[in-house]
Design a protein. Sequence first.
Length: 208
Amino acid sequence: MSTSSDDIVAVGGDLAPETLLAAYRAGVFPWPTEDLPLLWFCPRRRAILEFDALHVGRSLARARRRTQLRFTIDADFGAVIRACAEVPRPEQDGTWINVEMVEAYERLYCLGIAHSVEAWRDGDLVGGIYGVDSGGVFAAESMFHRESWASKLALLHLVEHLGSRGLDWLDIQVMTPHMVHLGAREITRRDFLALLRRTRRRELLLFP
C-alpha cells in the first residue's frame, strides 16, 4: 500500500475494540509503522470496489468455474490474519500486521465485528481475506494465497455474500494493482465519508 503524510489524521491512542470501532465508523483505520507512535489514516484518495463495476477477467472466470476449493466464512479468523501477516509479498519488505494488530483484530472477531473468508483445499487453508464490519459497511484489510487464484476467489465469495446482504460496495482503503484489475476506483476523502454515512444509515446486517 502507498500513502502520504497528508493521509494521516491522528497519532497515538490504542487498539482497544471501542477505539477501533469508532475509528472505522468514522472512515479511519490504523497502520502501525515501526519506531513511530500508532498512526491513523483516512486517505485523501480512497479506494473502493463497487460490485456493479467488478471486472472478472477470463482467467479468473475460468478459475471460478473450475475451482474445487471450498469457501467458508469465519471458520478460522486467527489462521487467516496470521497468514496475511506471514505470507511473503514480493512488493513489500514487511507487514503492518504485527502481534498487537493480530491480537486487536482477534478481539474484534470475538465481538462479531471482524470477519474472514477462508479458501480450503482438502482441509488445508490456501487463501483468505479478512476485514471489519463497521455497522453495515465492510472494510477489507488484507488477503493472502498459498496457491493461484485462492485469494481472488475468496474475495469473490466475500462480494457475493455481502451483495446478498444488500451491500453494493467494498472499502479497500488504498489502491493496489490487483484491485485496479478488478475494477476498483478511487474517490475523494469527502465523497468516501459521505458514502460511508449514507451506507451506514441503511443499517445493513452483513453477517448473521
